[in-house]
Design a protein around this ligand. Structure first.
Ligand code: NAP
Length: 248
């Protein structure tokens, strides 16, 4: 058995620890988006594979027998490429994916299908917007320059931001409700824009928004083709045939 673990999430790091402890032959793959990615207890490769064809060749050349897709729920391109390449090479793929967030009493969420609709859902009058969506899609918000934006990024931006009126906080999760409440109060936030990523550490901003009575514009996950999904490390290990190797 030789596993390719597609990473970039807290879940992927958790799975890496469990696979390493179980002695499973596995390779961890990063896209290479952050300057200082977390250390992993597995051999690591960094960077794109070169689309579906590149990934297909990689799977064949390295003798991968199983792929665990533990990428972010919004990393749809990578996930679709992995499905296609695994089908070509005829090896099994499992998506280790956190459940989406569902509203709790007191949450004031407007769910939208994509980032363009998130922009359209902002008010016309100037607002102070916590744009908690990473850095890749923020340029779309340049069409609403009347708002003041708060961005939270993992790395300092290397190029000027596409948003003129933006404050940047550099921080890496997990975050807490107390910390995010203080952050939003400090910046007098009136609206939160977030992706429905799921998980614990990133939920803090939604709990803080509820505590402060703020509206949240929540972007839905991209629609994926049907695939096998595991919600827990136990399920992943059972799928691999290693049910006893837990406890990390
Ligand atoms: P994406 O749009 O689905 O992927 C774009 C391309 O990046 C892929 O086609 C692939 O290039 C490369 N890539 C993505 N993940 C990779 C991985 N784990 N290993 C090797 N290559 C990878 O993905 P994205 O939204 O840019 O996300 C990139 C990474 O950041 C992922 O690892 C994801 O888990 C993490 N992340 C994403 C988000 C988000 O909101 N999208 C949030 C937090 C973390 P090739 O086609 O050349 O193979």
């Amino acid at each position: 058995m030789r596993v390719l673990l597609l990473g970039g999430t807290t879940e992927a790091s958790l799975m890496a620890r469990i696979l390493a402890q179980a002695g499973v032959d596995a390779i961890f793959s990063y896209a290479g988006r952050t300057a200082a990615p977390r250390h992993q207890p597995l051999p690591v490769r960094v960077g794109g594979f070169g689309g579906t064809n590149g990934l297909t060749a990689y799977l064949r050349d390295t003798g991968i027998t199983h792929v665990i897709d533990a990428t972010h729920p919004f990393a749809a391109q990578m996930s679709k490429n992995a499905l296609t390449a695994c089908a070509k090479v005829e090896i099994p793929l499992l998506a280790f994916e956190r459940a989406p967030w569902i509203p709790k009493p007191g949450d004031n969420w407007l769910t939208v299908p994509d980032v363009v609709n998130a922009v359209a859902a902002l008010p016309v009058m100037p607002a102070k917007v916590f744009l908690a969506i990473g850095k890749q899609l923020i340029s779309v918000f340049a069409t609403r320059p009347q708002h003041e934006y708060l961005l939270r990024l993992v790395d300092s931006p290397e190029a000027p931001l596409p948003l003129a009126n933006a404050n940047v906080v550099i921080a890496r999760g997990p975050f807490t409700e107390e910390g995010d409440t203080a952050l939003m109060q400090h910046h007098c936030i009136t609206h939160v824009v977030a992706k429905n990523a799921g998980g614990m550490g990133a939920r803090a901003k939604l709990d803080a928004a509820r505590a402060l009575g703020l509206p949240v514009i929540l972007i839905d996950r991209p629609v994926m083709p049907p695939r096998v999904i595991a919600r827990t490390p136990e399920d992943v290990m059972t799928w691999l045939g290693h049910p006893a190797c837990l406890g990390v």
